[in-house]
Design a protein around this ligand. Structure first.
Ligand code: URA
Length: 209
């Protein structure tokens, strides 16, 4: 039981295969990561509530459905999560954006928050936290804990590639958080990289090492 929603539309699988290719450079990698994020956002927002509205077409007045004034927020986990932000905003342009950044203390190995800025009305918002790689789940779980301190209405987590161990960790720490991923890979290696994965998502997005 994966405990995550796997969004494996053929377009997503195709683009993800290109993203994984070691010969895909940063420009194409950024484009693909955002395109996949757009396609995933379509599914992640499937349960948005609708309200009935009356619209006058050129032919007649009739009742139709529109999204009920639901307030959304997108929260990239710095820095690799930024590689999915524009793709999600493309589909939900009125969403507010929060940011959360953390690093691992080399001595205690604890995740330490160095930045967490949420939209002012975060308690009225449903948040989509985005991070391309869900590996051990340690940083995603810590980031979600930091974001929860700001008291959002709800949180979903959207990743490109996950390992089952990371899904299990986030679900154990945050059973209320629904996880969406485009793929669940085989395992982690000794350096906590996802296998086969796509390497270091941040480095591939920005051409760093
Ligand atoms: N972070 C990455 O960027 N890649 C992995 O494989 C694991 C964590």
């Amino acid at each position: 039981m994966s405990n995550a929603v796997v969004i494996d539309h053929p377009l997503i699988q195709h683009k993800l295969a290109l993203l994984r290719d070691k010969d895909t450079g940063p420009k194409e990698f950024r484009e693909l990561a955002n395109e996949i994020a757009t396609l995933m956002a379509y599914e992640v927002t499937r349960d948005l509530p609708l309200k009935e509205v009356e619209i006058e077409t050129p032919i007649k007045k009739a009742k139709f459905k529109m999204i009920e004034g639901k307030k959304l927020g997108i929260v990239p986990i710095l820095r690799a999560g930024l590689g999915m932000l524009d793709g999600v905003l493309k589909l939900i342009p009125t969403a507010r954006v929060g940011h959360v950044g953390l690093y691992r203390d080399p001595e205690t190995l604890e995740a330490v928050e160095y930045y967490c800025k949420m939209p002012t009305d975060v308690s009225e918002r449903d948040l989509i936290v985005v991070d391309p790689m869900l590996a051990t789940g340690g940083s995603a779980s810590a980031a979600i804990s930091f974001v929860k301190e700001k008291d959002p209405r709800s949180i979903k987590l959207m990743c490109l590639v996950s390992a089952q161990v990371g899904i299990d960790r986030v679900k154990k720490d945050h059973p209320d958080v629904e996880i969406y991923t485009a793929a669940i890979d085989e395992k982690l290696n000794d350096h906590a990289y996802i296998v086969p994965g796509l390497g270091d998502a941040g480095d591939r997005l920005y051409g760093t090492r």
